[in-house]
Design a protein around this ligand. Structure first.
Ligand code: ACO
Length: 386
């Protein structure tokens, strides 16, 4: 068969699987035309700013919000799983000595969550969700020559993460802002990292392997790695009057503007709105309001120039632009933006894994071979093994 025959056989190759529906889910629905995100029945605008992270975790893992008694029991169960093993701390210490990026440290430590436990998907999910903040927090402190702070069991999930990072109990406003962020990003259809997790678990592998793979997928700048560069762009612009010149120059150099564009959304990502509102609340009560105003100007200019640059493809603001602004306002350095995304998204990965184990088939698509077919192996002297 020739190369062309191969292509003809698979007439409908869909590069990047764009538009391909590969599974069904009850967890979240991304309506890219309307700009709507539904999390297990609730709009992101309704759920994220009001619910606790623990409630959202119960919703995604068990299919409904918890009753009050269940809520307390579930939160206590989750909190009890926060400590990580001495081996995990030793790995984090080595990673810190090697100055590893925090996403790499998380990817090195996540697999250790299966050590000493019988494989059990729900237990693994709870352990991963509970311990990601401890891992990232401990790593960040070790990386800066500080000892990890002891785990607290009395703080809610988002407040505990802030405590692990900064060593102090956060104000209610800071904890609420972070909780809104974690809820906003906890799940988002079949995005690249969730797909990676579902592919792995679809082979009947274990949940910790699946979330380890997902951490790797999230790291890339086309997925979860965008908010750092998005904030860099705002700082590079510096003052509103430079926005047009700097952004135009980037587009002229065919650079992508980080924090804009999305595979599914053709209108503004609704998560950007939820986070913009949270950021505005936060910045107007004590943050650097001029940075917030600059970011709004950068956003407006970027949208106008992207439309000029690519009129045929609607490129709008995505979640990462306001992630950067909100997390920066909360005192997070850019290196922690993607790991903090993982602290929220590990919930979605886990819930998808449980769903895939319950209802899914092995995920095994095909590829269209476009290489040569008529070559012959020459076993002559030139090929002799050395
Ligand atoms: N800036 C400039 N041009 C862009 C941008 C952007 N942000 N996004 C897409 N384009 C252009 C591409 O260069 C491409 O142009 P071409 O046809 O001339 O080559 C065209 O629009 C289509 O781009 P694709 O890469 O095919 O679109 P895709 O759906 O694969 O990409 C993606 C989606 C990766 C998010 C893209 O918009 C992008 O790179 N954005 C910047 C990175 C970013 O913000 N990532 C975070 C996404 S949100 C998340 O994952 C949580």
């Amino acid at each position: 068969m020739t190369t062309l025959d191969g292509l003809a056989k698979y007439r409908s190759v869909t590069e990047g699987l764009e538009g391909v529906v590969a599974t069904s889910t009850r967890l979240s629905h991304v309506d890219g035309e309307a700009g709507r995100l539904t999390l297990a029945g609730y709009t992101v605008e309704d759920l994220a700013p009001q619910a606790s992270f623990e409630e959202v975790a119960h919703l995604l893992l068990h299919g409904r919000l918890p009753e009050p008694v269940e809520r307390a029991r579930f939160a206590k169960d989750l909190a009890g799983r926060r400590p990580v093993s001495p081996l995990a701390i030793a790995v984090l210490r080595e990673a810190a000595a090697a100055k590893a990026p925090p996403m790499d440290a998380l990817r090195m430590t996540a697999p250790l969550l299966s050590l000493g436990h019988e494989e059990n998907p729900l237990e693994d999910a709870m352990n991963a969700i509970a311990s990601f903040p401890t891992i990232v927090g401990a790593y960040w402190r070790l990386r800066h020559g500080e000892a990890p702070v002891p785990v607290r069991f009395d703080l809610p999930h988002a407040a505990h993460y802030l405590h692990q990072l900064f060593g102090a109990e956060p104000s209610a406003e800071r904890a609420r802002a972070l909780e809104t962020y974690l809820n906003t990003v906890c799940d988002h259809g079949l995005n690249a990292s969730t797909f990676a997790a579902r592919v792995i678990i679809s082979t009947r592998s274990d949940l910790i392997s699946a979330i380890t793979g997902a951490v790797g997928a999230l790291k890339g700048p086309l997925h979860g790695g965008a908010p750092g560069p998005a904030l860099d762009m705002v700082f590079e612009i510096g003052t509103p009057d430079r926005a047009e010149t700097v952004i135009r120059a980037k587009l002229d150099r065919s650079e992508r503007l980080m924090g804009f564009g999305h595979r599914i959304y053709r209108v503004r990502d609704p998560r950007a709105d939820v986070l913009a509102q949270a950021a505005e609340r936060f910045y107007s009560t004590g943050g650097d309001q001029s940075l917030y105003d600059l970011a709004r100007k950068v956003e407006a200019t970027a949208l106008r120039l992207l439309h000029e640059h690519k009129p045929e493809r609607r490129l709008d603001t995505n979640v990462e632009f306001y992630t950067a602004l909100l997390l920066h306002g909360l005192g997070f350095p850019a290196d922690l933006f993607t790991p903090t995304f993982a602290v929220g998204r590990v919930l979605g990965w886990s819930a998808h894994c449980l769903e895939q184990l319950r209802d899914g088939r092995l995920i095994r698509p095909q590829s269209a071979y476009i290489g040569p077919t008529d070559l012959h192996y020459d076993s002559g002297p030139g090929r002799a093994m050395v």
